[in-house]
Design a protein around this ligand. Structure first.
Ligand code: KIV
Length: 279
């Protein structure tokens, strides 16, 4: 019998067990090369439906399909071996009924091998979350600012500024935790409310534009890398400015092709063949 210890992915139980402990590090990934680069450093790779805006140039996440999420989920699974991979359920794939949600979440897990799904919603999604979790589908809930509700909300704006909003967010947190979510993303929520939620809930809160007191943090990778310039939310910190490097590289390549200095001899396959004059 082999005694070799093989590396294993983090599980949703590992993530749930981080409540109040070492913060959970989560970043988005949509492709194999990005997943490969991030995998050693994060606990969770989120295949977010933000890919609709970041990769496909859509104005909102509403145009993202289940097939898109599955294809990108497969790519991220191929590029990672350690992180727990969670895949967003896109708009329209789970709101109709718990049965619809189960069918589509099962497709996501079966066709990608990911560990769980994320869906937006609090009290109104509690029944669906309970239906999924009781049937073996781990759910990461998403409350506070819910980007799939952009039209009802009238834009992407921070939540928790009125007594009614605060009560709703705290009720949403309690509802998804009771329904069995293993953790909850808290997006765009004023700091004291996100902190209160973290104190109230027995499951980890993962903040994005929320509070440093959350049990973990998530950001969109292209935002922190300076690769997505269309719109930078206040809560994003840029850790690199890669789009400038991409533009410099593209310009240098274009200049060299036009000057015929690329490709050089070192980029060509050698052979002794040469065209002989026609007899
Ligand atoms: O779609 C996404 O990337 C997300 C994160 C920003 C939390 O939901």
């Amino acid at each position: 019998m082999s005694t070799e210890v093989t590396s294993k992915r983090l599980t949703v139980r590992d993530i749930a067990g981080r409540k109040g402990g070492t913060p959970v590090v989560m970043l988005t990934a949509y492709t194999t090369p990005m997943a490969r680069m991030l995998d050693p450093y994060v606990d969770v790779l989120l295949v977010g439906d933000s890919l609709g805006m970041v990769l496909y140039g859509l104005d909102t996440t509403l145009g993202v399909s289940l097939d898109m999420m599955i294809a990108h989920g497969q790519a991220v699974m191929r590029g990672s071996s350690k992180a727990c991979v969670i895949i967003d359920m896109p708009f329209g794939s789970y709101q109709e009924s718990p049965e619809q949600a189960f069918r589509n979440a099962a497709r996501i897990l079966c066709e990608t091998g990911a560990a769980g799904v994320k869906l937006e919603g609090g009290v109104e999604m509690a029944e669906t979350i309970a239906f999924l979790t009781r049937r073996g589908i781990p759910v990461l809930a998403h409350i506070g600012l819910k980007p799939q509700l952009v039209h009802s909300l009238g834009g992407f704006r921070a939540q928790g500024r009125t007594e009614a909003e605060i009560a709703a967010i705290l009720a949403d947190g309690r509802a998804v935790a009771e329904a069995g979510a293993f953790a909850v993303v808290v997006e765009g929520t004023v700091e004291p409310v996100a902190r209160a939620l973290t104190e109230d809930l027995a499951i980890p809160t993962i903040g994005i534009g929320a509070s440093p007191h959350c049990d973990g943090q998530v950001l969109v990778s292209e935002d922190i890398l300076g690769l997505f310039g269309t719109f930078t939310p206040k809560f994003v910190k840029r850790y690199a400015e890669l789009s400038g490097l991409v533009e410099e590289a593209a310009k240098a390549y274009a200049d060299e092709v036009r000057a015929r200095t690329f490709p050089g001899p070192e980029h060509c396959f050698k052979s002794n063949w040469s065209r002989t004059a026609d007899k």
